[in-house]
Ligand binder design. Structure first.
Ligand SMILES: [Zn+2]
Length: 215
């Protein structure tokens, strides 16, 4: 039986966030009605999330260190799973453990979680889904284009950043954990030197893991 899967294209669904007063906005949240003491009105002014919001410096303004670790850990864990890279999964779990299981942060447990890919699948799916659960699919009238469009409304820029990381727009270098963005598909590292350094570290870690298992 042939099954057709519809594509939810990331290019065509804009991400919207509330816009602080005095900053340039792209419209209002006309998909929400707010109650006020004087009656009802449309939701707050909103703006589109842009590439600029995803730059490292902007991320650091929006997220505190703990939240940044969560985002970095989630990206590393996913990448480490898809690339079958146990060493990267371990780094990802290191960053994520304070969120997943506070208090359970022993080296032995991290090795175990990183070594069994099923842990990454379950823990990442749950954690990532929780992070974006307050986002909503809405129908927005886009004034500049004079048309309706489906959009994802995020009550905070934080949520929008986590959604962007799920969409693969935010990358993390597996070697140094630097956050970067690129539209290219096959760029995994912040620089070629770190690609080589990571391969070496991964190779060494594999040897250590094999020794542990032999004991
Ligand atoms: Zn790097």
């Amino acid at each position: 039986m042939n099954v057709t899967h519809y594509k939810l294209s990331r290019q065509t669904i804009p991400l919207l966030v509330p816009c602080p007063p005095k900053e340039p906005h792209d419209g209002i949240a006309n998909f929400y009605i707010e109650k006020t003491p004087h009656g009802h009105r449309s939701g707050p002014r909103i703006r589109l999330v842009t590439q600029k919001d995803l730059r490292d410096a902007e991320l650091r303004k929006t997220l505190d260190q703990r939240e940044l670790d969560l985002l970095i850990g989630a990206v590393m864990l996913r990448h480490g799973l898809e690339k079958r890279d146990e060493h990267e999964r371990r780094h990802g779990f290191e960053k994520l453990m304070p969120w997943l299981d506070p208090g359970l942060n022993s080296a032995g447990l991290l090795d175990h979680f990183a070594g069994v890919p099923g842990h990454a699948v379950i823990k990442l799916s749950r954690a990532a889904t929780q992070l974006v659960e307050d986002a909503r699919l809405v129908l927005w009238f886009w004034p500049k284009q004079q048309r309706f469009t489906p959009a994802v409304y995020c009550p905070s820029l934080k949520t929008a950043l986590f959604i962007n990381s799920l969409l693969g727009r935010i990358r993390v270098c597996p070697y140094c954990a630097t956050v970067f963005t690129t539209e290219k598909k096959n760029v995994d590292y912040c620089c070629t030197a770190h690609r080589d350094a990571h391969r070496m570290a991964r190779w060494r870690a594999k040897g250590k893991a094999a020794k542990r298992r032999d004991r």
